[in-house]
Design a protein around this ligand. Structure first.
Ligand code: 4AD
Ligand code: MG
Length: 432
């Protein structure tokens, strides 16, 4: 009896007969031999069907097999150094589970990205997309493991919320039994409450921004990891960020070598991602830009070319710290020595991937947070519970948000964020 296995684990069965369940990715045939490219979700392998070595039925079934037909294949695992998996299957028997219609939309030639995004439900079967989403899975696990091992408690904030947090312009509004509500832009405020209950927490969930932005860095629905820590200051906040990112990148290098190879990702670049990361203040960044003739004014927000230029000066992610208070969200703690800037930082990824983390120390003084809420004209009654955190045992605390898809984009080295999430939601896309 052949042992059932997956392509990923095929190396454990060299010279043995195995059963693989999967789909036909591609086929080349002559009168006497069929080469079947089989995928089973865990990997791709070539199977060889030689006419004189199989029964007639098996050889004839192979003639019928169309692209993406589902199959059960029994064969002998043979070492083959030329094969990407290192192995080839000498096939003994093929059973068709379902012969796919012969009009499979994604052929093996090039297609435009819009066409592929329209067929995203099928596109994710192909090697590159499959590799990206497997790396996403690894990053997901690495993040959860990192925080779990350090005593952080996972707290899920609500997705339906009564208020804005990161500015009111990009909210998705919904009707909540006759009242206005919004899809969550961030879980941060709830994570702050949880940090006062559990000490160290993180949330990890979908986040919604109604930005009408078409860049390769923006999604309207994305996943954000948001740690929040009581008794941690600005400095401690940066430390955990660099430690976390080093951990994630090294996990991907160790556990996802084949996928990085499929994506042609230069691992040497990723190997350099070790803490500590360089830091510059916003003011220094402005000087750096002006020396390079960007004509950038203090108080402006960085655009993509600015971020890219700053990132190019370093071979690791770089923290830009102490942004102007006016530019940033109401909850950020101003610097005692210079209240015009905040104790916050953005982390800019290398190679032009832009901001992957935004974070800060939070205002923990009741009067100051009250003043900020008034200045920004935010509806006070909705923030009452948030003010309670400053009324009852307030402590200095800090946190940050890491965008999962931007992190996947950068680690995979791919050119558009829409490929880093199973089914992207962008300005012009809500299908499939
Ligand atoms: O800088 P942002 O807006 O920060 C917050 O929401 C804070 N409340 C986080 C916190 O301190 N707990 O977003 C954080 C990160 C960005 O650095 C970016 O990686 C990602 O979320 N992000 C997006 N990713 C994809 N598409 C978008 N439209 C994104 N907007 C932000
Ligand atoms: Mg930000």
């Amino acid at each position: 009896m052949a042992i059932y296995t997956t392509i990923e684990e095929i190396s454990q069965h060299a010279e043995k007969e195995v059963l693989i369940r999967g789909w036909l990715y591609n086929k080349r045939s002559s009168g006497k031999i069929h080469f079947l490219q089989i995928r089973d979700g865990s990997g791709f392998i070539q199977g060889v069907v030689v006419k004189k070595e199989v029964d007639e039925e098996t050889f004839n079934v192979c003639k019928e097999l169309t692209q993406e037909s589902s199959v059960e294949v029994v064969g002998l695992v043979q070492k083959d150094d030329r094969a990407p998996s290192g192995y080839e299957l000498l096939i003994k028997n093929v059973k068709a589970v379902h012969i796919a219609q012969d009009d499979y939309p994604i052929s093996l030639k090039e297609h435009g990205t819009d066409f592929l995004m329209d067929h995203r439900h099928l596109w994710i079967r192909t090697p590159k997309q499959n590799a990206i989403l497997r790396i996403r899975d690894e990053i997901n696990l690495a993040i959860r493991t990192f925080f779990h091992e350090r005593g952080f408690v996972l707290i899920e904030p609500p997705i339906i919320t009564p208020a804005a947090c990161e500015g009111t312009t990009d909210l998705f509004e919904i009707d909540y039994f006759g009242e206005n509500a919004y899809l969550s832009q961030t879980g941060q405020l709830y994570a702050e409450a949880a940090a006062m209950a559990f000490g160290k927490v993180y949330s990890f969930g979908p986040t919604f921004r109604a930005e009408k932005s078409k860049t390769r860095k923006h999604l309207n629905e994305f996943w954000m990891i948001e740690p929040e820590m009581a008794f941690v200051d600005f400095e401690g906040n940066l430390k955990i960020q660099e430690e976390m990112l080093e951990y994630i990148v090294q996990k991907v290098i160790t556990n996802k070598k084949a996928e990085l190879k499929t994506l042609n990702r230069d691992i040497a670049i990723l190997e350099k991602i070790k803490a500590p990361f360089p830091r510059i203040t916003y003011t220094e960044a402005v000087e750096m830009l002006n020396k390079a003739d960007f004509e950038f004014e203090w108080g402006e927000d960085f655009g993509a070319p600015h971020e890219t230029y700053i990132a190019e000066q370093f071979d690791k992610p770089v923290f830009i710290t102490h942004f102007p208070t006016k530019m940033k969200a109401f909850y950020m703690q101003p610097d005692q020595d210079n209240p015009d800037v905040v104790l916050g930082a953005d982390l800019i990824a290398p190679e032009g991937y832009g901001e992957i983390i935004g974070g800060s120390e939070r205002i923990h003084d009741l009067d100051l947070i009250l003043q900020k809420i008034k200045e920004e004209d935010l509806p006070m009654e909705i923030y009452e519970w948030y003010l309670d955190l400053r009324r009852y045992g307030s402590v200095p605390h800090s946190g940050f948000g890491l965008g999962l898809e931007r992190t996947v984009s950068w680690i995979c080295g791919i050119d558009h964020i829409r490929q880093t999430i199973p089914f992207a939601r962008t300005l012009n896309r809500i299908y499939p």
